[in-house]
Design a protein around this ligand. Sequence first.
Ligand SMILES: C[S@@+](CC[C@H](N)C(=O)[O-])C[C@H]1O[C@@H](n2cnc3c(N)ncnc32)[C@H](O)[C@@H]1O
Length: 248
Amino acid sequence: MTTSSNKQTFPVTTRAPAIVIGIQNWFQEVLSNSSKVQQWSANELDDKLHHLSHWSNFNAQGWRNFVNNTIAKLDPPMSSTKNFTFFELGVGVGAFSRRLLLQYPYAKGVGTDIVTSAVLIARTILPPDRMKLYTVTNNDYSMIDNNTIDHIIASGVICYFPSLDSIENLMKELVRIAKPGASMCFTMIPFDAYGKVSCNIIISPSFWSENRIRSLGIRVTSIQNMSEWNLPHSHHRYSVNLRKDIIT
Ligand SMILES: C[S@@+](CC[C@H](N)C(=O)[O-])C[C@H]1O[C@@H](n2cnc3c(N)ncnc32)[C@H](O)[C@@H]1O
């Protein structure tokens, strides 16, 4: 496992703050003005689709950099020359998956989110022959067969889960759908630019190496400190990469 140097320290404990983010309301603020998204040109989508998923600080290049930084340490990496499948948990309006589909011509994806209005936008933008999209409210991913996904991504999502137990249950389901040897990547954004808690749960990087996760048959391959990505908002943020064991 490689761990990039710590420019910023991270709280050592995992804890749940007193607030609970109401995701639906949080989205309504930005999606209320999105009826024209279907008419946006490719350049407009590059510039501002991600703003609808609350990544409002990036221009088009910044968003590309963010996506590429996020997937840079996937183990194994995404292939530019071979077919592969990915699952984006918390796909939002599809900004992250859109970049993956543009950059990886042989990729096919599945995306889920709990916000129907966001998924409806993603459906109008992403090609239906390459991306299946679902609204899922109970973390039941039974529409995805066992051992079928090469890469699992959840960028800025699982810190909205209510508890560590719910994350453990999620991981069981992700292990079920992941192929042996598949990569998983989770980006954590527990604090806003001012150090204020912006999620429902703060997950320490060490959580991912605990036995409750390791015993599911996945191991940490790297942890990236997002403060090294030159982002405007990277305070105490990190991205963890994991890999499902290959059982021979
Ligand atoms: C910051 S947005 C990121 C969207 C997308 N991953 C991206 O990078 O563009 C967080 C997303 O997580 C979704 N989300 C939160 N809790 C979720 C859950 N339990 N299951 C699926 N999605 C969830 C929210 O609805 C929202 O779309």
